[in-house]
Design a binder for this molecule. Structure first.
Ligand SMILES: Cc1ncc(COP(=O)(O)O)c(C=O)c1O
Length: 199
């Protein structure tokens, strides 16, 4: 399927009740349920409008799954909960100011450690990975300097080093920038479990 077709149709099936081709905006918080019924229960966990967005973005990005947040910092904070005290993260030096502050001024208080470096030098990034490194964190195009990171090389490095690879992107659409194969986000940690860490 062409990108333009996916952009219109992915995640957007006609509403079964009315045939509306645009997904209705469900503003409900809770859903009525019969005893023992599976399905929607509370909008923080499931909401049909949000699910349409998540599926659409996942298909456009070539991903397995999409998870939508109401803000970028909410998403970033959630990703950091995959880590534990004592874990180390290698971060691109030109990241969004809010990300830098969250890592240095908040997450360090929880025992996480960060090294900021120039991601145009993948050998240096690889050399910065230590025994307790659990994540590499890049931004491309970066905010504010619009620096680009070699996603293929980064994905390979993350996979070979058995660390989670995270890429934040505020500017590029998936029309021109997607995660290469093997996808950076292929490895999906279970709840409270980070790959590579002895349990
Ligand atoms: C790269 C990047 N990450 C995260 C954020 C934070 O996003 P939000 O303002 O939606 O929390 C921004 C905001 O500009 C950003 O540029």
């Amino acid at each position: 399927m062409k990108f333009s077709t996916k952009a219109i149709h992915a995640g957007q099936r006609p509403d079964p009740r009315t045939g509306a081709v645009n997904v209705p905006i469900y503003v409900t918080a809770t859903y009525s349920q019969a005893v023992g019924q599976e399905g929607y229960e509370y909008s923080r966990t499931q909401n049909p409008t949000r699910e349409a967005l998540e599926e659409s973005v996942a298909v456009l990005e070539g991903g397995d799954h999409g998870v939508a947040f109401s803000s970028g910092m909410g998403a970033i904070t959630t990703v950091m909960t995959l880590l534990r005290s004592g874990d180390h993260v290698v971060v691109a030096e030109d990241v969004y100011g809010g990300t830098h502050r969250l890592f240095r001024e908040v997450m360090e208080k929880y025992g996480l450690r960060f090294d900021f470096m120039d991601f145009s030098d993948m050998d240096a990034v690889e050399a910065a990975i230590r025994d307790n490194t659990r994540m590499v964190w890049a931004e491309t195009p970066s905010n504010p300097l619009l620096k680009l990171v070699d996603l293929r090389a980064l994905g390979k490095l993350g996979k070979n080093s058995d660390v989670l690879t995270v890429v934040d992107n505020t500017f590029a659409t998936p029309y021109l920038q997607t995660a290469p194969e093997p996808r950076c986000r292929r490895r999906r940690p279970q709840h409270n479990q980070v790959p590579g860490r002895p349990q």
